[in-house]
Design a binder for this molecule. Structure first.
Ligand code: HPA
Length: 277
C-alpha cells in the first residue's frame, strides 16, 4: 500500500464518521487543550481508530482528532502531536495533515511551544511565525511516494500565508492580545539546544526554536493548503540570560498561556469564516 493509498483510506474512514468537511484544521502543541476551543457538535476520533494514523507516545499529548465547528466554522483539531523525536518518520509526522488535505481542508493552523533566542520575547509571549528554518534534516516531500501527493520541487516562499498573518494580527488586536512576529527554527530534538547552538540559531536569524511545525507546514503547502503558525514562548532558549530549559517549566508556561492562545485562535477562526465564506 502506498502512502497515497494509506491517506485515502484514513480520509474514507473519517468521511464515514462525519459529514462535516473541515475548512480549517489545527495541530495543537504542548499545553493547549482542545476543550478551551469551545468546539461544537464534535465527533472525537482517537488516533488509534484512524487507519494508519501514528499514536502519540508522550504524556500530556492526548491523541484525538476532533471534528466539529469553532465559532460557526467547520473545523478539525488534532489534539496531540506526532513528533520526529518519538522516532517517527517525516511521512508519519505529517500523516494527519495529509489526510486533511485529502478531505479538502483549506487552512492549517499550527501551534507550538518554543524557546526564544530574544530576551524581549519573555515566557508567555505569543509569536506569529513568519518563516521557518528547517534543521530537522527531514523533508516530507522527499521520496517517490510523496510525488503522488504534490509537486517535486515545492517553493516555500511565503510558506506562512501573508493573508492569514494579516488576519491573525487583526484577531489579536480584537482580543487585546500582544502578538509578536518571528522566525521559527525546527530541530529534531529531543535534546534541548546547547547555548552555543542557540547562539548559532540567533545569528542565523531564528527568533524561536522548537521541535515541530516545519514538516507539517511543508506537507500542508505540498497539499495546496494555506498555513498560519502561532508559537507560545515557554522559556528563553539555552544560555539566553543564563537560561536552562526544563520540560516541566515548558509544560507549565504553555498551560498558563493556553487560555490566551485559545481566545486568539477562536477569534482567528471567526474572522476566517467571515472573510472567505
Ligand atoms: N528548545 C526546543 N524546543 C522547545 C524549547 C526550547 O528551548 N522550549 C519549548 N520547546
Amino acid at each position: 500500500m502506498t502512502l497515497a493509498d494509506r491517506i485515502r483510506e484514513a480520509a474514507r474512514f473519517i468521511r464515514e464518521k462525519t459529514t462535516i468537511t473541515p475548512r480549517v484544521v489545527a495541530v495543537l502543541g504542548s499545553g493547549l487543550g482542545a476543550s478551551e476551543l469551545e468546539m461544537k457538535s464534535g465527533v472525537v476520533l482517537p488516533y488509534s481508530s484512524i487507519p494508519h494514523m501514528p499514536s502519540v507516545s508522550i504524556p500530556g499529548h492526548k491523541g484525538e482528532l476532533i471534528i466539529g465547528t469553532i465559532a460557526g466554522t467547520a473545523a478539525a483539531v488534532f489534539s496531540g502531536r506526532v513528533h520526529l523525536y518519538e522516532g517517527y518518520t517525516a511521512h508519519e509526522v505529517t500523516f494527519g495533515v495529509r489526510v486533511m488535505a485529502e478531505l479538502g481542508c483549506e487552512t492549517l493552523l499550527v501551534t507550538n511551544a518554543s524557546g526564544s533566542t530574544r530576551p524581549e520575547f519573555d515566557p508567555g509571549t505569543l509569536v506569529l511565525i513568519t518563516d521557518h528554518i528547517n534543521l530537522t534534516g527531514e523533508d516530507p516531500t522527499r521520496g517517490a511516494e510523496a510525488t503522488e501527493l504534490g509537486t517535486r520541487f515545492l517553493g516555500l516562499t511565503d510558506a506562512y500565508d501573508p493573508g492569514l498573518r494579516f488576519l491573525a494580527h487583526r484577531a489579536a488586536r480584537e482580543e487585546s492580545i500582544r502578538l509578536a512576529e518571528g522566525v521559527y527554527a525546527a530541530s529534531r530534538g529531543p535534546c534541548y539546544e546547547t547555548p552555543a547552538e542557540v547562539q548559532m540559531l540567533s545569528s542565523m536569524g531564528a527568533d524561536l526554536v522548537g521541535m515541530s511545525t516545519a514538516l507539517e507546514t511543508i506537507a500542508a503547502r505540498h497539499g495546496g493548503m494555506r498555513v498560519a503558525g502561532i508559537s507560545c514562548v515557554t522559556n528563553l532558549a539555552a544560555g539566553i540570560e543564563g537560561s536552562s530549559p526544563d520540560h516541566e517549566e515548558v509544560k507549565l508556561v504553555a498551560g498558563e498561556a493556553s487560555g490566551k492562545l485559545a481566545r486568539l485562535f477562536r477569534s482567528f477562526v471567526k474572522l476566517l469564516g467571515e472573510t472567505s465564506s
